[in-house]
Design a protein around this ligand. Structure first.
Ligand code: NAP
Length: 278
């Protein structure tokens, strides 16, 4: 609780200034008549442990954890949900008398947007995921559960993608490669950009041959104007190119539900933010 008696929440990341989570949680709080405050907390990697503990000791109730801390934060929790354990990454912390609890809502957030909001069919799909960081860890298990034909993880640093394939051992439809080595004989139905390149103003050599007129491109990043990845995908003739606003709102709703026990109406919030499924 804050000195004003209002329950405190926030998002910790580095950088974090681009995050729209404070706006979304304010809209959820208004809609569900909850009294809470939600802060933007820029925390460098070496300060993660002390900052989380300080937030907890000053009465904080919950945190969203964003890049680049989602893996590192695992060593700070007392227990974690099965989906966080499966992912090997945490994006939601809750604090209570029993300690620090970790969860991961990225996967369910993406699936609700892809399947419920956008109506995509993932069964039998050939999927390419660009990036192998904390966000990719969170989305892989539910993507695998959706019954795709294959999932390729392409990453700048091959070893991180290979580690993920190993982490999800047993999933023989999962493979890892560098951007240059993305196989293109079989067209991709879905290409997901889970790199943080756009946030940093960088444009990596995305594999152009992976895009066909049937490919739906989804960027986990989002912006007021089309992200560099969405612009790139549209210019190469992708069937659709969609920014990650829907996932952002859906994963936030799941965190909000964990903290407050009430599920906000995400469609209404997406509408309020003037964003709807495209
Ligand atoms: P992260 O753990 O820091 O991982 C970053 C990933 O991006 C790594 O795979 C990294 O490759 C790659 N990368 C960074 N700069 C690159 C460049 N210039 N060229 C090629 N690859 C580059 O970050 P994260 O937590 O996974 O988040 C990734 C993105 O997803 C962020 O933009 C984040 O905002 C977004 N996100 C959105 C939502 C949503 O709800 N919409 C949810 C979660 C995350 P290396 O391994 O080679 O370093």
């Amino acid at each position: 609780m804050s000195s004003s008696g209002i329950d405190r929440y926030g998002v910790m990341g580095f950088p974090v200034s681009h995050s729209r989570s404070p706006i979304i949680h304010r809209l959820f709080a208004l809609q569900t008549r909850q009294d809470l405050q939600y802060e933007l907390l820029q925390v460098a990697p070496e300060k993660l442990g002390s900052s989380v503990r300080q937030f907890q000791s000053t009465g904080g109730k919950g945190l969203n954890i964003t890049l680049p801390h989602k893996t590192e934060v695992m060593r700070l929790v007392d227990d974690m949900s099965e989906r966080a354990r499966q992912a090997g990454a945490i994006n939601t912390l809750s604090f209570d008398d029993d300690g620090i609890h970790g969860d991961n809502t990225d996967g369910i957030g993406l699936m609700r947007d892809l399947v419920t909001n956008l109506g995509l069919r993932l069964e039998g799909a050939n999927i390419l995921v660009l990036g192998a960081g904390g966000a990719t860890r969170g989305i892989l298990a539910p993507l695998l559960d959706a019954g795709p034909r294959a999932i390729t993880i392409a990453n700048r640093t091959l070893s991180r993608a290979s580690d993920l394939v190993e982490h999800f051992s047993g999933a023989d439809l999962l493979s890892a490669c560098r951007f240059d080595d993305v196989a293109t004989e079989d067209a991709y139905d879905l290409v997901i950009n889970a790199t943080s390149a756009g946030v940093k103003g960088e444009t990596p050599p995305y594999p152009a041959a992976a895009i066909s007129p049937q490919t739906c491109c989804y960027d986990l990043s989002y912006g007021l104007a089309a992200t560099p990845f969405c612009q790139w995908a549209a210019a190469r003739g992708a069937a659709r190119s969609i920014m990650g606003w829907g996932m952002l709102v859906e994963q936030a709703a799941e965190s909000f539900c964990i903290w407050r026990g009430v599920r906000p109406d995400t469609v209404a919030v997406l509408r309020q933010m003037s964003i709807s499924a495209s």
